[in-house]
Structures are given as C-alpha cells and as structure tokens.
Design a protein around this ligand. Structure first.
Ligand code: R5P
Length: 282
C-alpha cells in the first residue's frame, strides 16, 4: 500500500505512515498563473493507495479530487478526510438551497472513505464508497487525564457535543454536563447555563470543532463569571477562522487543545494512531 499526503494533511499523513513503517509518496502541488490548482504524484501508482487530505478550503477539495484521479490505476483507493469542510451544511433550510455536504460527498469516488468525527454522520451515506467515521474522543480524554487536574469537569457547549463530552469524561473518569446554545448568526451565539456548580473547578469545554470561536468564547466568559478556576477548551477540528484564537484568549481561555485533523499550532493531539490502526485492520 502507498500513502499519499494531500497538501492540507502533510504532517498527519507522515505520522500515519510512520505508524505503519512506511514513507508517504512524494507529490507536487502547485498553481497555474490563473490560480487553478495543479497536482502530480511523483511515482507510478500501481499498488493500493490511501490518500490522506483534509478539505478545509475549496482548493483542498480540488487537490483531493485530483489525487483520486491521478490514482486511477490503483487496484483500490482509500480516502481519509480527517476534517471534511462543508459537513455542517447537511440540511436544506430554505427552498432552493443546496445540501452542500451531500454535493461534496457525491464528488468522492473511491473504494472507501474514512472521516474523523464528521459533524453529521448522515453525510457518510452520500459518498460513492464504503464509509467509516473514526472517533477521536478517547484521544482527547486521554490527553485531559494526562493533565492531572485537581477538580476537573467536562462540559459540552451545546447538546450536539454531549456524546463527545460523555465519551471523554468516561476516559478521564469524571462527570460531564452541557450548556444551552442559541445561534443567531454565523459568528454570534448566546450560551445559557443550567444549574452546574463550577466554582473552583477546572472546566474542559469540548466540541467537535471550533470555527469562529464564538461558541467557546461565550461559554468561557459565562463559566469564568460563575467562578470556574481555569477553562480549557478541546476540539477535534481546530478550524479557528477569522479572529478565533484572539476571541478565545480575550475570553480568558487557559489552553486550547486540538487534534491534527487540521494542522494548527494548537494541534497537540495526533489522530494518526487512530487512522493507522483502522488501516492495519482493513
Ligand atoms: C456546531 O454545531 C459545532 O459543533 C460547533 O459548535 C460550531 O461549529 C462552532 O462554531 P463557532 O466556533 O463558529 O462558534
């Protein structure tokens, strides 16, 4: 099997390859003068391949499609999309709206597709491939446990993240709870608490992704005003767009914990073992 690293997942793919005692195949990624994306695999592909490429931008999606196309002589193609862009657009709210996650998934033709904590699991049904979603919550739970906190509590900032909170809390052996979120726009939310006693506790807010940071920033402010000692935030996908990092630090975050499904300075947890184990057991 060959491992092919897309431009958005160079570090993660290298880590997966290392777990499998392999070296990723080298590729050339470039742009034409008009901005179009250029991709070339620098080896003949005649073996099974695993392509690893997150798709945070439209250009990253095009690179992934080009890599799949360039592997057309491979006996089997496995595509790993650690972070899938557009996955939050999984429903049509008004007539005439595209279900963007479905539109994107339908462009991916492969033998199998693997995602990591995809925002909405029903999107998996739209890939032209067998599809699997891996769960990084245990890696986050183990990281939280390694912090050796005195009186920690895991909190989901909304109901959608309760499963993640429950799973990570079980790994640490502590309690979890959740807040009530109302979204007003792409980057404005209000957060209400229930009757959670956070006084003097180290709170770890956990969500599948942090995008503008609005959800986490409002949650941090609320919990600190209620007497939380330190507020950590943890996510699988550190999208961290716009002023996300600044908003979180301005809100008083203690530490941002994230995985390398997106390769950011905050990506201290690697999902490589999760992906490598899955590939080993195929
Ligand atoms: C939404 O349901 C997701 O789980 C996240 O809560 C959301 O995407 C975070 O976005 P933002 O950081 O922009 O508030």
């Amino acid at each position: 099997m060959k491992i092919i690293a897309g431009p958005a997942s160079q570090l993660l793919a290298s880590r997966v390859a290392r777990e499998l005692n392999m070296e990723p195949t080298l590729c050339e990624f470039n742009r034409f003068p008009d901005g179009e994306v250029y991709t070339r695999i620098l080896e003949d592909i005649v073996d099974d391949v695993t392509i690893i490429q997150s798709t945070p931008t439209d250009a990253d999606l095009v690179s992934l499609l080009q890599l799949i196309d360039a592997c057309e002589d491979a006996p089997t193609i496995t595509v790993v999309i650690p972070y899938m862009g557009y996955a939050r657009q999984d429903k049509s709210f008004r007539s005439g709206e595209a279900i963007s996650a479905r539109a994107i998934a339908r462009t991916i033709h492969a033998d199998r597709v693997i995602t990591v904590n995809i925002h909405e699991k029903s999107v998996l049904e739209h890939f032209n491939a067998d599809s699997y979603d891996l769960d990084a919550s245990h890696l986050i739970g183990n990281y939280i446990r390694s912090l050796g906190l005195e009186d920690p509590l895991i909190i989901a900032p909304d109901k959608g993240a309760i499963a993640l909170a429950e799973s990570a809390a079980a790994d640490v052996g502590i309690e979890y709870d959740y807040l009530e979120k109302t979204r007003h726009s792409g980057d404005t939310v209000t957060i209400k608490t229930k009757n959670i006693d956070v006084t003097g506790k180290e709170i770890i807010l956990i969500d599948d992704m942090i995008a503008t940071g609005g959800t986490m920033a409002e949650s941090i402010k609320l919990l600190r005003s209620q007497g939380a000692k330190d507020v950590y935030i943890a996510c699988v996908h550190p999208v961290l767009t716009k002023n996300g990092v600044l908003r979180l630090y301005n809100a008083g975050v203690h530490e941002i914990i994230a995985s390398d499904t997106l390769e950011k300075a905050q990506s201290t947890i690697s999902v490589a073992p999760l992906i490598a184990d899955f590939l080993k057991n195929l």
